[in-house]
Design a binder for this molecule. Sequence first.
Ligand SMILES: *Cc1c(COP(=O)(O)O)cnc(C)c1O
Length: 370
Amino acid sequence: MQIKTPYYLIDEKALLKNMRIIERIKKISGAKFLLALKCFSTWSVFDLLKKYMDGTTSSSVYEARLGYEKFGGHTHAFSVAYSKEDIEVLKKFSDTIIFNSVTQLNSLYKLTKNTKAARRLGLRINPSISYSHFDLADPARKFSRLGEIDIKKVEANIDKISGAMFHYNCENADFKCFSKMLDAISLKYGAILKKLKWVSLGGGIFFTKENYPIEKFANKLKEFSETFELEIFLEPGEAAITNSASLVTKVLDIVENEKNIAIVDSSIEAHALDLLIYNQQAKLNEKLGKNEYIIAGKSCLAGDVFGHFKLARKLKVGSIVKFRDMAGYTMVKKNWFNGLVMPSIVVKRLSGKVEIIKEFSYKNFVDALS
Ligand SMILES: *Cc1c(COP(=O)(O)O)cnc(C)c1O
């Protein structure tokens, strides 16, 4: 089948590989896994993910609603700041509502009375430690607004909550570091943890990375859960869906300016924005060699560059270029910059069947504007 480029191609077999790892960790640890929708919200593959994961976590009312309608299971709500109206809407969808500060908890918890979330309110705590290669994504960065930092305030309001969320990792593939930080949290917050029923350890733990010590990780979670008699949640985004999609593009032109620059029918700014924000190269799905190219997007942004590569093959107009590892923080961030054609969403099912799930048109572009 010839599919029109550009498109994101999600491979359910690759998703399943990650889900099997989650299955193993769950079996040993008893922890529950919630998909972080802010990373990946492509609901057409939720039927597969929900066989292995226990629900979703969200950053907004819309995400919480999507989790409730399309995924089911536990529907955790979190927001850096809720309005009263947010809570009114969330009551319908969320079984757990996590507040970012004690001031928000105190001003809003009464609105949850007589709802399913009433007995499952939580507070995000900023443990002042973190793992992240980027200041932009570091939850414990200086002046961070993410989570309550004052232990005394948490203790004074402990009766209003049944759980807490610590999200303090970002792409942390170092188990020893994770383990040490969890020990530090146990020590610092032990008295608080003993009074709670559940704790979420957030996302950002790269347990699906090759050679990650899965058994050690699962046992560490189990030990933490038993020590404090807690139900444990993890909220993986990237780790759950890593390496499961590619962005398939086509070369439209090759121009020369000291180097050969291949221009593809996509854009890093519009279709893989996270890479641009974090100043990272896209990864290719092919053999490398000695043919040097800059592969660039077709938006008018001068820095719309996917990366500098040395390929085994020569590119020409019409060549297909596949970028890999394009599931996380791509489709959720795609935008209409330059009015570029939005990549379609294509899924390769477990059966091998390839389905074009969604194609975007001029109408979608117009509807997103006014
Ligand atoms: C971003 C985020 C996640 C998911 O993070 P990943 O790095 O994609 O695993 C989970 N929980 C919270 C609170 C987050 O902000």
